[in-house]
Write a new protein. Structure first.
Length: 181
């Protein structure tokens, strides 16, 4: 399950990049482009540069997610793709570091990424990947897209959060559940 969370986070983070080779443009990073961050990380970290690129893009996504959560009157109760709570977030971070140390590429370690990560951005392919997670019933609130109901099992929660990115928007939509108090 942790690999599913990490795969979803990296896929959304990658798709959200802007920069010279923009995809969705939710964060103004250019880390996955050949002459942007990729070149820097290749020279700095020749053995783990691909992981470093994804880790940096994920950080940009996490920061955007956190900024939007902070706009809510009770931000600590928001459960989002980048904020499951301390215990699960810590396990995802540890898994990322384990995979990074293992010497495999992100696509080898997390095969689900190959359904999303392509050399050339294909918004239709990304939309199909989102659709593969089902549909989410949400209400738009100031912080983002609040999914209706209580968070189900962790597996279904991840699927619903990913599905909550549909329809695609110009700004990061922050699909989220409100944790029970």
């Amino acid at each position: 399950m942790i690999d599913s969370i990490l795969t979803a986070q990296l896929a959304i983070a990658w798709a959200g990049e802007g920069g010279e080779e923009p995809r969705l443009g939710w964060w103004k990073t250019d880390l996955q482009s050949e002459f942007g961050g990729e070149d820097f990380f290749r020279r700095l970290l020749p053995n783990s540069w691909q992981w470093a690129v994804f880790q940096a893009i994920r950080e940009a996504a996490q920061r955007t997610d956190a900024q939007l959560r902070e706009q809510d009157h009770d931000a600590d109760r928001i459960l989002s793709l980048f904020c499951f709570g301390f215990e699960i977030d810590e396990r995802v971070d540890e898994r990322l570091l384990d995979l990074k140390r293992a010497g495999t590429t992100p696509i080898e370690a997390l095969p689900g990424l190959q359904d999303v990560i392509t050399e050339d951005w294909d918004s239709d392919q990304f939309a199909q990947w989102l659709e593969g997670h089902g549909t989410a019933n949400f209400t738009t609130v100031p912080a983002g897209r609040r999914l209706k109901g209580k968070p189900p099992s962790l597996e279904l929660t991840v699927q619903h959060l990913v599905a909550g990115f549909q329809p695609l928007s110009d700004a990061y939509p922050l699909p989220h559940y409100r944790r029970p108090s």
